[in-house]
Write a protein that binds this ligand. Structure first.
Ligand SMILES: Cc1cc2nc3c(=O)[nH]c(=O)nc-3n(C[C@H](O)[C@H](O)[C@H](O)COP(=O)(O)OP(=O)(O)OC[C@H]3O[C@@H](n4cnc5c(N)ncnc54)[C@H](O)[C@@H]3O)c2cc1C
Length: 404
């Protein structure tokens, strides 16, 4: 499929990648409608991309070595052991991931969108309506425009998905991620407690925390990113209106005290210090939601990234899934003889990946947060067996990209 007008709703990671895909397949015109004004660099913190998935996406032209990253290699699993400073390692698993700073990854993708793409900021889409020969985008300023294809890259509350499947809503999964970042220069001593290529994982009854280095803002320097998963004090004690991050200022004292209490009770001294040294303004809470839409395309509408499916972050695959969606859409448009054929093959390839990734997120959430094992009794072999049983050996970091 070449030519035609393509709209992309949302200009974050999935939106930038979808705009690249549409431009490369030779669309006559590509317009990105992004609600936010200015840069999106504050959208997130650190994220990790599996080396193999990176290599596929580099070959597909969506990632390259010019995007600042930190190479990680090992994932030690650690429990508290009395006053032993960095705790006791119960096992270590390979962790072949590259870590990124969310803001600089978005900026680098944004920089790679050709000038021919019309990337509009402050442009809110209120609804989309699919017809037989295209779809109409309605804007908050009252405007409306017709396109041959509309791609929804508009995240968890997607208006494009709502037009396709109004019942596909994100559901709260019963636990939260507490996240924070600090400059690597502020790490406590000794340095050997936290080697540079480690994604250290502190485990305790009812949760875990993963910590790894990421490039600093704009790719300058190095930060340390931690994500601490646990259930909130009472599942119904917090009101999460949707899969939105809870800003530091909006965190309840009940939640903060609960989390700090877990840190003081279960974390080895070194890792307690890492939490306490983290500037309070960088800490926030991300409730865990998930959702898989039944199909990735309907009529002249398609969805990519979080608009299509949201898997819980322990899968380490949100950004990979978004970029793979765009790469698969590009291939489908490139090889099909009609819009309908392209969208059918895109859906057939990506909807099962979305569903299985959501399932993996649930399984990893149970194993690592909601139904944790007796960590302290485990050794290397037990850690390996438990990880395989939880599904970690199949799809952690994203599934392989087909057709490459
Ligand atoms: C803090 C944080 C940490 C994360 N950590 C990881 C990680 O470690 N590993 C990983 O793989 N993934 C991680 N993710 C997830 C990953 O970033 C996302 O899965 C990925 O970026 C895909 O997001 P997206 O572009 O589909 O959606 P989003 O980033 O949510 O973007 C949606 C965009 O659409 C725009 N928009 C929404 N509605 C409209 C509208 N009506 N009109 C116009 N524009 C609209 C929004 O302004 C936004 O820019 C993390 C996400 C966050 C927020």
């Amino acid at each position: 499929m070449r030519g035609g007008r393509v709209a992309v709703v949302g200009g974050s990671i999935a939106g930038c990648a979808a705009a690249l895909a549409a431009a490369r397949t030779g669309a006559d015109e590509v317009v990105v409608f992004e609600r936010a004004v200015g840069r999106l660099q504050d959208r997130g913190v650190g994220l990790a991309l599996h080396n193999d998935r990176y290599a596929e996406l580099e070959a597909a032209g969506y990632l390259d070595a010019g995007m600042p990253w930190v190479q990680l290699a090992r994932r030690p699993w650690v429990v508290r052991e009395g006053t032993v400073r960095a705790g006791r390692q119960i096992g270590v698993l390979p962790f072949p991931f590259r870590s990124y700073n969310w803001g600089s990854l978005w900026q680098e993708l944004r920089n790679r969108i050709p000038d021919s793409v019309d990337y509009r900021t402050g442009a809110t889409v209120t609804r989309v309506v699919s017809g037989t020969d295209g779809a109409v985008v309605h804007l908050a300023d009252g405007g409306e425009q017709h396109f041959e294809l509309v791609v929804g890259a508009d995240g968890y509350r997607s208006v494009v998905r709502a037009a396709m499947f109004p019942d596909a809503q994100a559901r709260y999964g019963g636990f939260v991620a507490w996240r924070g970042t600090l400059p690597a220069g502020r790490l406590p001593s000794p340095p050997e407690a936290f080697p540079e290529q480690d994604a250290s994982t502190v485990v305790f009854p009812g949760g875990h925390m993963i910590v790894y280095r990421i490039p600093g803002p704009g790719g300058h320097g190095t930060d340390v990113n931690w994500v601490f998963y646990t259930s909130p004090p009472a599942a119904d004690g917090l009101r999460f209106g949707g899969p939105t991050n809870v800003h530091p200022r909006a965190m309840t004292s009940e939640l903060s005290e609960h989390q700090l209490g877990l840190v003081n009770e279960h974390f080895p001294p070194y890792w307690q210090e890492v939490i306490h040294l983290t500037p309070a303004g960088t800490r926030f809470v991300q409730p865990m939601y998930d959702m898989a839409t039944p199909h990735y395309a309907r009529g002249r509408l398609a969805v990519v990234g979080d608009a299509a499916s949201i898997a819980r972050p322990p899968t380490g695959s949100g950004a990979i899934k978004a970029l793979q969606d765009a790469a698969a859409l590009e291939r489908a448009l490139d090889t099909a003889g009609s819009w309908a054929e392209a969208l059918h093959s895109y859906d057939a390839e990506r909807a099962p990946v979305g569903r299985s990734t959501v399932e993996l997120g649930r399984s990893l959430g149970r194993a690592q947060v909601q139904e944790t094992p007796d960590w302290a009794a485990m050794d290397q072999q037990a850690v390996e067996r438990w990880w395989q049983a939880a599904g970690g050996g199949n799809g952690f970091g994203g599934r392989a990209l087909r057709g490459r």
